[in-house]
Design a protein around this ligand. Structure first.
Ligand SMILES: [Fe+2]
Length: 265
């Protein structure tokens, strides 16, 4: 995230959103890199935004709506088959990465203005390296969820077996044009804020998952999606091509947690 700042530093923007989830902390972390759920869980939010987006686009000369609508409509337009095109990388100790989701190199005027400032600060070669990092989301297991291209992170603090506090922070890239900060702020407010429909959908699901697991319904949870298709290289488990919705990140987290809960570290 610091590399993406022309000034080489980021500034924390006070204050954070704090949410207490009535569910176990592991449910939140399992959700973070789950590529299967967004187009289903957030379908109604995405469709509503897409309808308005199309109306606005019709009324404008260029046929475009503000990017903020796209942040929400993508939940309806990026369907499950498209989510399979992404990839997760799963490292020892439960750490995981979701690769590029929103396009690494957008060509809108705000991004092009930012690119110019970055090239001036770092030179063309280093700039290409920085913006070419193919990461949308990183989990530093078990306590941190970072979305560096969107300048935000979530700290996970378990308060009890059925209560989890998450703090959602966002950052300003020092030296970057104001429009880049505004874009991050829009995503922060529209997608990650506790006030959004997106977050409300997730929180209800987390609560239901926890209630289900507290019942006598069964002792096991299946994380078998695309099991056996993952590719393991030097201790890193990559999802196979067109298997981005694999539950490999959940399997990876549970493996690490099982180790932390036993003598084997
Ligand atoms: Fe979600």
């Amino acid at each position: 995230m610091c590399d993406r700042a022309p000034g080489g530093e980021v500034e924390i923007v006070p204050n954070c959103f704090r949410v207490i989830q009535r569910s176990n902390w592991k449910i939140f972390l399992e959700n973070q890199l789950d590529a299967l759920h967004p187009s289903v869980t957030h379908q109604s939010t995405g469709r509503a935004a897409h309808e308005v987006e199309k109306e606005i686009a019709k009324r404008t000369r260029k046929g475009e709506a503000p990017l903020s609508y796209h942040m929400l409509s993508a939940f309806a337009t990026v369907t499950i088959d498209k989510w399979d095109n992404f990839q997760t990388l799963n490292y020892p100790h439960g750490h995981c990465i979701l690769t590029g989701y929103m396009g690494l190199r957008p060509q809108d005027p705000d991004t092009l203005a930012y690119d110019k400032v970055m090239i001036k600060a770092y030179g063309q070669k280093r700039f290409e390296e920085i913006v070419g990092v193919n990461i949308h989301h990183v989990l530093i297991y078990p306590g941190l969820s970072v979305q560096s291209p969107l300048q935000q992170l979530r700290a996970v603090r378990p308060l009890g077996v059925d209560r989890t506090l998450t703090e959602i922070w966002h950052f300003r890239l020092k030296g970057a044009p104001e429009a880049i900060y505004r874009r991050s702020l829009a995503y922060y407010n529209l997608v990650n804020s506790p006030a959004t429909l997106v977050n409300a959908d997730d929180l209800e699901n987390f609560w239901k998952c926890h209630q289900g697991l507290s019942s006598d319904g069964g002792d096991w949870v299946s994380f078998a999606r695309h099991l056996g298709r993952d590719i393991e290289k030097n201790g890193v488990v990559e999802t196979a091509p067109n298997c981005g919705t694999s539950e490999a990140p959940m399997r990876n987290q549970m493996k690490a947690w099982a180790r932390y809960m036993t003598a084997e570290k």
